[in-house]
Design a binder for this molecule. Structure first.
Ligand SMILES: Cc1cc2nc3c(=O)[nH]c(=O)nc-3n(C[C@H](O)[C@H](O)[C@H](O)COP(=O)(O)O)c2cc1C
Length: 344
């Protein structure tokens, strides 16, 4: 194993991940999540210390054709290190998408080979590619050829328990020029059922000299330490657990590096949530942005310990002023919070 971030034992990492020419300041990454990791959320996670944040997946052909939805999903304004995740089934589009990502300011291109959705696998993309490794390699090669940026690959352990071929694919991806591999410790056929198998990720770590990032069910620093100890990975990726608390990724990055973590104050958390809502309404338009924000508003309110009745009002209002006021009110339930301005 030749990972730049060497595991010192008990989940302590000596330095940040290195991805090709890009040196990160830590080892905890915010996962790409379609419909969730919009640029507002990614900016906040990064500001609170996430070592890296990854865009929502974009379909390579739509992205190259300049579709507005793809442009928004891949947006990187305000991010110092910006990863665009691309998916597809045709080498030509993947190469072009990598080129467009570079032209529009990305620092890294990530290939999605883990998405289990039938909509995606039916189109022979996402995790379906794990059943067609030769074709997957053609897509990887085209992506690497399309850009001079570092290319990374995210996949699952395999298609099902009879096809755990992530180690073989990882080795071939390394030969093709990929610089980092992320493994979600489930197979495609497990979707999100059961628990992620962190020990199974070790086979990928041992098959390649690339840094490997372990993913699946990480909800705390203790989980991250256990993941690293069990998998031997060089970093961790956090997805669902960061909804409603995007600072969690920074907390984990800081803990893994043995840096002192100062929990954001309730007011800082409230202001981050308000900023996120505002970014969604600015980028998508007020009506769509507010509707899109609902899952986040619910998660923020839950994190803040707001009562169910308040949460319900928050996720059903179509009035942006009321949503803002209710979001402020939700954070009053976090201990130590100051009163909303209008109530003070
Ligand atoms: C709503 C949602 C959307 C997702 N979208 C993507 C995506 O666009 N690209 C991707 O590689 N993985 C996607 N994933 C998978 C996550 O990146 C991650 O691998 C998975 O959620 C497991 O990590 P977690 O247990 O920390 O959430 C998505 C997951 C969720 C829940």
């Amino acid at each position: 194993m030749n990972n730049p971030a060497q595991l010192l034992g008990d989940g302590v990492l000596s330095e940040g991940l290195r991805i090709g020419s890009v040196q990160l300041d830590g080892c905890a990454v915010l996962a790409p999540m379609s419909g969730v990791t919009d640029v507002g959320l990614r900016r906040i996670a990064r500001r609170f210390g996430a070592s890296l944040v990854v865009s929502e997946m974009v379909a390579s052909d739509d992205y190259v054709r300049g579709h507005e939805v793809s442009r928004l999903r891949a947006e990187g304004a305000g991010l110092d290190v910006h990863v665009v995740q691309i998916a597809g089934r045709e080498a030509g589009w993947m190469g072009e998408a990598a080129r467009v990502a570079q032209e529009t300011g990305a620092s890294i291109v990530d290939i999605n080979m883990g998405c289990p959705a039938k909509r995606v696998t039916g189109g022979y993309a996402g995790s379906a590619l794990m059943r067609a490794p030769d074709h997957a390699l053609r897509l990887i090669e085209a992506t690497v050829k399309g850009t001079s940026l570092p290319v990374t690959l995210k996949m699952r352990l395999g298609w099902d328990l009879d096809c755990l071929n992530a180690p073989q694919i990882a080795r071939r991806a390394q030969d093709a020029g990929v610089q980092l591999i992320t493994i979600h410790g489930r197979t495609r056929n497990q979707f999100y059922k059961g628990s992620a198998d962190w020990r199974a990720i070790r086979a990928v770590v041992e098959a390649t000299s690339l840094p490997v990032v372990a993913n699946g069910d990480c909800g705390s620093l203790a989980d991250a330490r256990a993941m690293l100890a069990q998998s031997g990975a060089a970093g961790v990726m956090i997805g669902r657990a960061a909804m409603g608390r995007p600072w969690l990724v920074g907390e984990i990055a800081s803990g893994l590096a043995e840096r002192t973590w100062i929990e954001p104050s309730p007011d800082q958390k409230r202001d981050a949530a308000l900023e996120h809502l505002d970014a969604l309404m600015t980028n998508m338009g007020v009506k769509t942005g507010l509707r899109h924000a609902r899952k986040h508003l619910s998660a923020y309110a839950e994190h803040a310990g707001a009562p169910d009745a308040l949460r319900l009002r928050l996720v059903t209002t179509d009035d942006p002023g009321q949503a803002t006021a209710l979001l402020r009110e939700a954070f009053v339930h976090l201990s130590g919070a100051s009163l909303p301005a209008e109530a003070a």
